[in-house]
Design a protein around this ligand. Structure first.
Ligand SMILES: [Zn+2]
Length: 408
């Protein structure tokens, strides 16, 4: 299904597109296993990923795993790319459209209802507290956190084999490079990286905000690694974390141009190698440029800090908020937020969310993680967690929900 048809199929209401169950990032794992010579995914998945068909399986695969590139941004440049993809597909992200949720679905090939990671921040029943995965920490109050004890031994997510583990059963070797940003979240990365050889694990905060340095670092290392590969059956997973840059700047036109031209040059260079590499470019979610309403934000923040209303700090993912009111304040909180947010978002009881198709109509396990009241942005004016940032994500707008899947 092309982008326009997919959008029409997924459209729910202004600012909301539901995830599609076939043309979804959770089907990437099976598709890559198929490219590597493994079992066929369902016909509907194969046809939605490879509308032009696939002639050959791959001998080696390079995955350029880009954090935070929407399909729209690809589409704006697709006519100017000097490297022409053999397959161009738009996929839907997960709900919430945020890194820890989306990458878990990509790497493990399961929906959020299976890994039950509903954002970087959520109530966790084992600790009876709200935790933040990205910091491996437990919230004690709204502002204070303590470290999760033994985060490496404490594995979050699904026991389903990762892409890397599944490729290993086919005799493939997987290399994971380069960025420590997400992989630094130990409780989460323990499952995420299982089965891959971690080649480099840099963390250079300056580099995140400089697209030239970031790409040079990631692509140079990729070329070094593939230079040492002499046989077939290798997957090189290069994680290119544009997330902090896109948050900060909204992804300027000149950075977008630099990004696509550099990626094109890289692909052309690799394609001219004598070693055959299939290159796949994919992304986890996009971001939407915000138009913050300061008055709404200050009313919102005033309410968040009211200790009489909430039993725990807020969870969620940027433009989606999980709210944990005191048991006798659920209706009060629902009404207060409905009046503050107005047309900028949907305020829902958790039961309403369960009856919607945000989670593909699947039963929601560990649903207490979501909170009794939820707020979902439908406008760029929603008071998001990162309201001071130029761009945010987590919700289900076109910019957040649709991502490219390209094969070269
Ligand atoms: Zn991300």
């Amino acid at each position: 299904m092309n982008y326009e048809s997919l959008k029409a199929k997924c459209y729910a209401s202004p600012g909301i597109f539901y995830p599609d169950n076939t043309q979804n990032i959770a089907n990437i794992k099976q598709t890559l296993v198929y490219l590597a010579g493994g079992d066929y995914p369902e016909l509907s998945v194969r046809e939605s990923f490879f509308p032009q068909g696939v002639n050959n399986r791959a001998q080696n695969i390079i995955v350029l795993a880009i954090d935070s590139v929407s399909y729209k941004i690809f589409h704006a440049f697709h006519n100017k790319l000097t490297a022409v993809p053999s397959v161009t597909t738009a996929l839907t992200s997960t709900f919430p459209s945020t890194s820890v949720v989306s990458w878990s679905s990509i790497i493990q090939g399961v929906a959020p209802t299976e890994h039950a990671i509903y954002g970087p921040v959520f109530y966790h029943e084992e600790f009876n507290r709200v935790i933040t995965i990205l910091r491996d920490a437990i919230y004690v109050t709204n502002w204070d956190k303590v470290p999760i004890p033994n985060p490496c031994q404490y594995s979050l997510g699904s026991p389903t084999p990762t892409l890397f583990e599944e490729l290993a059963t086919l005799g493939w070797t997987s290399y994971f490079l380069c960025d420590r940003g997400l992989a630094g979240a130990k409780s989460w990365a323990y499952r995420y990286l299982a089965g891959a050889k971690v080649v480099a694990n840099f963390f250079d905060i300056q580099c995140y905000f400089d697209i030239k340095r970031l790409l040079a670092k990631c692509l140079d290392l990729t070329e070094q690694v593939i230079g040492q590969i002499n046989n077939s059956g290798n997957l090189v997973w290069t994680f290119i974390n544009l997330d902090p840059l896109v948050h900060e700047t909204g992804f300027t036109q000149s950075d977008q141009e630099y990004f696509w031209s550099t990626i094109s040059l890289f692909i052309n260079r690799i394609s001219s190698h004598s070693k055959p590499f299939t290159i796949v470019l994919l992304s986890d979610h996009g971001q939407i440029t915000q138009e913050v309403d300061r008055e709404c934000v200050s009313k919102f923040n005033e309410l968040v800090d009211n200790p009489n209303l909430f039993r725990l700090p807020f969870g969620g993912a940027g433009r989606v908020r999980w709210v944990y009111p005191k048991s006798n304040k659920v209706d009060t909180v629902y009404k207060l937020f409905t009046s503050i947010i107005g047309e900028y978002g949907k305020v829902m009881y958790r039961a309403d969310l369960e009856n919607s198709v945000f989670f593909l109509n699947l039963p929601i396990p560990k649903k207490t993680r979501l909170g009794e009241v939820v707020m979902i942005a439908t406008s760029p004016r929603f008071p998001s967690f990162g309201h001071t940032l130029r761009a945010e994500h987590g919700s289900a707008s076109e910019d957040e929900m649709f991502v490219p899947f390209l094969v070269f």
